[in-house]
Design a protein around this ligand. Structure first.
Ligand SMILES: Cc1cc2nc3c(=O)[nH]c(=O)nc-3n(C[C@H](O)[C@H](O)[C@H](O)COP(=O)(O)O)c2cc1C
Length: 276
């Protein structure tokens, strides 16, 4: 039995929802989900045998649009390939440290070959809808793997910088046409005494609406959240100027804040995703 109150407080700071906690106290999944935090320091310790296969099984157990399974993952464990991948993915050292770097890819190549086998045109594969389907399937699968890893006591960190140098990463991983890396997932044992704390999220009215979308409630929640996050950045000695609104607005200020990813549409077309 886990007391969920401190977990909810950590997750929301000033804006935790009112919940009849006792009704959920027996559940073992909620504490795991509520305690999630990205881990960026890993021990040089191998994963137990079978971990990759179990994470794969968890990933494959996610729902998939029409069961099309429009994703693939490349598991990188070879230290030198992983180091190269780390360099391409924002030169983030935790990728080198982690024993396992999973590169999750949108994959329409299998459907292309099924179409050829069935002598059908596969023309829908050239539409943005199919890329989006693949992106959604990929993210759902990855999150299952992430939760599975955390349930085994492992730490994870997603790596969006896998889109910083998509051509080079595709070459490093031998990705065929109609396959593109969407993000990575570093997996490993957190260093002892890893000090990262749970990062607060928006109070629920900021993004959970009842029946219709409520912009006033959303904006009030953002104001509350900014106060929480100012305190969080200070307490964590994070080098973030201002609050969440400022940090986030800067992140989307212009194409230069996309760190090379502003050319993604062109690259998707180049890799065989039609995007009509
Ligand atoms: C798709 C995606 C890409 C991410 N890319 C990176 C990354 O390249 N480097 C990094 O340090 N963290 C990355 N993160 C982690 C986020 O920064 C992190 O999830 C967020 O700040 C919330 O913190 P938490 O995961 O500890 O709750 C990414 C997260 C997601 C979902």
């Amino acid at each position: 039995m886990t007391d969920l109150s401190p977990l909810l407080t950590a997750r929301y700071g000033l804006g935790a929802p009112e919940v009849p906690i006792d009704a959920f106290a027996q559940d073992t999944t909620l504490p795991l989900l509520l305690a999630h935090k990205s881990v960026r320091h890993f021990q040089p310790k191998p994963l137990p045998a079978g971990t990759l296969e179990m994470l794969g099984a968890a990933a494959q157990s996610a729902a998939s649009s029409s069961n099309l399974q429009t994703w693939s993952v490349v598991a990188v464990q070879d230290p030198s390939r992983k180091a190269e991948a780390a360099t391409l993915c924002g030169d983030q050292d935790f990728i080198r440290q982690a024993p396992l770097f999973l590169v999750f890819c949108a994959d329409l190549a299998r459907l292309k070959s099924a179409s050829e086998q069935e002598d059908l045109p596969g023309a829908a594969l050239g539409y943005t809808e199919m890329f989006l389907t693949a992106a959604i399937d990929t993210a759902l699968a990855a999150q299952n793997a992430a939760v599975a890893a955390e349930s085994l006591g492992l730490g994870i960190c997603y790596v969006g910088s896998a889109r910083n140098h998509p051509r080079e990463l595709a070459a490093l991983l031998g990705l065929p046409e109609r396959v593109i890396a969407l993000f990575g997932l570093a997996v490993g044992w957190p260093v002892e005494g890893e000090t990262t704390t749970v990062k607060p999220r928006l109070p629920q009215p900021g993004l959970i609406h009842h029946e219709t979308y409520d912009t006033d409630a959303r904006d009030a929640a953002i104001t509350k959240y900014n106060a929480t996050m100012r305190g969080f950045y200070e307490a964590q000695k994070m080098n973030v100027e201002g609050d969440w609104s400022k940090h986030s607005a800067k992140r989307v200020a212009g194409p230069e804040s996309l760190m090379g990813r502003e050319t993604l549409r062109e690259i998707l077309e180049e890799r065989g995703f039609g995007m009509k």
